[in-house]
Design a protein around this ligand. Structure first.
Ligand code: FAD
Ligand code: SF4
Length: 509
């Protein structure tokens, strides 16, 4: 009897134990379904990148002798959702069992389990072997704590996996965190590393996607596609990152610059999230660079923290708090997203750059996501679930388990302070300090009010003024509320009026 093994687009790990041998009674099932492209409007590169990598993976499986049933987006037999396709394939192959690796998406997991239970087939979920913590480990480590601080989790993970520790279990360099050394802007030195992007021609696949009527946004870049297709290419990216960018990753990880979408970031999130790379091998490559003197501890620790700390942490948040987490809106933010979120056509230079990069590359680095786009959305009070939908759609690496806690929790504070112990909110002073975006902007970063005053300034003070009940007693925000009190009633009125005007005219900014 045949066993169907479903393989999803984010499970492209050729080293999974399932692939160690060819089994004649196993049919691997892969499918490009419209239902996955319709939950949110997706960036063209996201659809192209995932489908291209899936097709390449299926080709390799066949070459190794595995039986593969691959349903293309344009196939007349495609029922365009997982369960209907699976039911039809079970009949077609006279299958007695269906298996899959643990599914990282909450709703899809529930959907597949519900279908399998009623299908009459034997069914089984296997470990994907990808993550460095169990789904419920964060919740267990945090226990009854009110705030689930990342730093607490990160130290647990460093100890558990013995990363950057001395023989006695203490952190190398005497400290757990080198954040204080890692907040430098970038003024052109050291030179930005070469772009080690790929150059794939995905025009035929793009045509398939368009003919199937899949709606997307952003630049497809189908003729010269940058994202990796498989593990070999992803390994090449990892090596290039370690060689060219890791040494400076730490110092400049919060820096932003016009025309520099990568700076010293790795651009590994797409390959990691599709499981072409294992997080442990990425961490080991960085630690090895430190051990061989290729990169300083502050850079390597900063990078390791993102993967061993943040990435596993947001996954733990997701599984501990779904499905209700997605609907939270603690600050009651309900404003419509401005139209320029889909065009980049705004006079605010920092947002034009950050959204422009997102539309061109389906990627922006962390500080553009957090301190420019997310910061603006938070201060302007944009509707949280719409912001989540935009982030989930636009980024090539956006899968709900990682995107949602970052957007709704860290960036929009919509979970009541579970992830962010204080809002990632900043006025123009921060953006000016960390980038060159303010030079040549239509707005003046120094002004709070007036027609040409930078919108971030009045929106910043208005945000803390409006949300005093949430934040005034937060000791980490003491300075903000002290400064707010220094404004005269007249100054405060002018700030509130300017903020109200901006919020009423978001499309025109
Ligand atoms: P680098 O800066 O080189 O970091 C290395 C790796 O660390 C990344 O590849 C990623 O795997 C991991 N990492 C870094 N920061 C985080 C984080 N906060 N959470 C989880 N992993 C992290 N990351 C996603 O992978 N998918 C998303 O959908 C996503 N949405 C985000 C939304 C918002 C509002 C914010 C603020 C951040 C989001 N991030 C997301 C986290 C982070 O911005 C991206 O992982 C990073 O920009 C990817 O680029 P990179 O590979 O060059 O990362
Ligand atoms: Fe952004 Fe304001 Fe600076 Fe313009 S002045 S780039 S809007 S922070």
């Amino acid at each position: 009897m045949t066993t169907l093994r479903l393989l999803l687009g984010d499970q492209l790990n050729p080293l999974h134990p399932w692939l160690e041998r060819v089994e004649s009674d196993v049919v691997w099932v892969m499918m490009e379904v419209a239902s996955e492209t319709q939950k949110h409007l997706l960036h063209a590169q996201k659809v192209l990148g995932v489908f291209a990598a899936m097709r390449d993976f299926a080709r390799n499986l066949r070459t190794q002798g595995h039986q593969v049933h691959y349903i293309r987006i344009g196939s007349p037999h495609n029922r365009h959702n997982f369960v209907d396709n699976l039911a039809a394939l079970a009949k077609h192959h006279q299958a007695s069992a269906v298996q899959w690796q643990e599914i990282d998406d909450h709703d899809l997991q529930a959907q597949l389990r519900a279908w399998a239970q009623g299908s009459g087939l034997a069914w089984e979920e296997a470990d994907s072997g990808h993550f460095l913590s169990a789904r419920d480990e964060l919740a267990r480590v945090m226990g009854a704590r009110k705030q689930w601080t990342m730093e607490h989790w990160y130290r647990h993970m460093r100890k558990r996996h013995r990363v950057l520790l001395d023989d006695k279990g203490n952190p190398l360099g005497g400290q757990w965190n080198f954040d204080a050394d890692n907040r430098k802007p970038w003024r052109g030195q050291p030179a930005a590393p070469p772009d080690w992007r790929h150059h794939h021609d995905h025009r035929a696949l793009w045509q398939d996607i368009q003919q199937a009527g899949i709606d997307t946004f952003g630049q497809s870049q189908a003729a010269d596609f940058r994202w990796p297709l498989n593990r070999d290419e992803a390994l090449h990216d990892l090596q290039a990152f370690v060689q060219h960018a890791l040494p400076y990753f730490g110092e400049h990880q919060d820096a932003m610059a016009n025309g520099q979408p990568r700076l010293f970031h790795s651009l590994l999130s797409f390959a990691l999230n599709l499981k072409m790379l294992h997080p442990r091998e990425v961490i080991d490559a960085a630690v090895q660079a430190f051990n061989s003197g290729q990169a300083p501890l502050s850079a390597v620790e900063g990078f390791v923290r993102q993967i061993l700390g943040w990435r596993e942490y947001v996954r733990g948040i997701y599984w501990a708090h779904m499905p209700g987490y997605r609907d939270r809106n603690a600050l009651q933010h309900h404003a419509r997203l401005p139209r320029w979120f889909w065009t980049g056509d705004t006079r605010m230079a920092c947002l034009r750059e950050a959204i422009g990069q997102s539309l061109d590359n389906a990627h922006a680095h962390h500080i553009h996501r957090l301190m420019v786009i997310g910061n603006f959305a938070l201060l302007a009070g944009l509707q949280v679930q719409a912001v989540h939908g935009w982030y989930l759609g636009v980024y090539v690496d956006a899968l709900e388990w990682v995107e949602l806690p970052n957007t709704l929790g860290m960036s929009q504070c919509a979970d009541g302070g579970l992830v962010a112990t204080k809002p990632y909110a900043a006025s123009a002073a921060y953006i000016h300090r960390m980038s060159d975006h303010c030079k040549g902007c239509a707005y003046d970063h120094k002004q709070r009010v007036g027609d040409t005053a930078c919108p971030f300034n009045s929106l910043y003070w208005d945000f803390f003024d409006r949300h005093g009940e949430h934040y005034a007693s937060n000791h980490r925000l003491g300075m903000v509320y002290k400064n707010l009190k220094r404004f005269s009633e007249q100054e405060l009125m002018a700030i509130r009026e300017r903020a109200a005007f901006l919020k009423a005219n978001l499309d025109g900014l």
